[in-house]
Design a protein around this ligand. Structure first.
Ligand code: ADP
Ligand code: MG
Length: 284
């Protein structure tokens, strides 16, 4: 369904993603892990068509169609969904109206109010959301947990073919993670939805069936394994998956930085010594 081929992406001329290959089939769940700054969110935004990210090489196929140059809007219509790492607050638009109008945009059809209200209530129930939140402005004044639940609510209502969840669990307490996870399970089971879950923890994955785990380091997928890899990473960290050449590059960068630091320190010391002599001189 999703076929990412040799995808390279720049942000403002700086290469961030370097030759990503990723294939997600209908109903599969893929977990994407990796250290901060590896490019995970960049991949999510690029898949969703954010114009700040320019594709310099490779292509993105979705349902057999080359969508590399599609706008974000066209990608949503094709059945893709991204849950943001930091969901936006939209004053003046209620959660309910936002979801209903997104559904109308994606399907191109009018969403009947009665059916919609019933479905929304059910979905909010799954997520233990107070029904009064439907009439509040989208994410305005929502806690971190409530914002993430509102993203999952959109997922359940929009029923995309593929959902990319970017750190939907970060900053949530144990109960909120469990509820968000329950919502994702509902999407996985009832809608046979495909998922790319970007996460740092195993908690959100406990009740989910994970087919593949990918480790991203410095804009490349350096290792792919099955669902059990998540636990291994949690126990032992990413280090074992970082290729020697990337480690070597980092060592060199660290040495360079240390040398620069030492040089700056030496210059600063020399300057204060000169300053001290001058100061003493002034008193003589
Ligand atoms: P991750 O989600 O894996 O932590 P990101 O995709 O957010 O990593 O970031 C990857 C790299 O791209 C980082 O070096 C980050 O500083 C850089 N980056 C991300 N977004 C921007 C942006 N809008 N402008 C400039 N650099 C960016
Ligand atoms: Mg990120």
């Amino acid at each position: 369904m999703l076929d990412v081929q040799n995808l390279s992406v720049n942000i403002e001329e700086k290469p961030i993603l370097k030759g990503i290959n990723l294939c997600v089939k209908k109903g599969e769940t893929h977990v994407l892990m990796g250290p901060n700054g590896a490019g995970k969110s960049t991949l999510g935004y690029t898949l969703m068509g954010n114009p700040e990210y320019s594709v310099t090489d490779g292509k993105i196929l979705f349902d057999g169609q080359d969508i590399t140059d599609f706008s974000a809007d066209k990608r949503s219509k094709a059945g893709m969904f991204l849950s943001f790492q930091d969901p936006l607050e939209v004053p003046g638009v209620t959660l309910e109206n936002f979801i209903r109008s997104s559904m109308q945009q994606v399907t191109g059809q009018k969403v009947k109010l009665f059916q919609f209200a019933k479905e929304l209530e059910q979905a909010m129930n799954v997520l233990n959301m107070n029904p009064s939140y439907a009439n509040r402005d989208l994410n305005v004044g929502f806690s971190g947990g409530e914002k993430k639940k509102s993203e999952i609510l959109q997922l359940l209502m929009l029923k995309p073919k593929l959902a990319i969840l970017d750190e939907t669990d970060s900053g949530l307490d144990v109960d909120a993670v469990r509820i968000v996870s329950k919502g994702i399970l509902e999407y996985q089971k009832k809608m046979d939805g495909a998922l790319i879950i970007i996460t740092h923890s195993t908690r959100i994955l406990e009740s989910l069936n994970v087919d593949y785990t990918h480790v991203m380091v410095k804009g490349k997928i350096v290792h792919t394994g099955d669902g059990s890899l998540v636990q291994k990473i949690n126990d032992h960290g990413f280090d074992q998956f970082i290729p020697e050449e990337i480690k070597e590059e980092e060592r060199r960068a660290r040495l360079m930085a240390a040398a620069k630091e030492a040089m700056a320190q030496a210059k600063a010391n020399a300057a204060t010594e000169v300053g001290a002599v001058d100061a003493k001189g002034a008193y003589l």
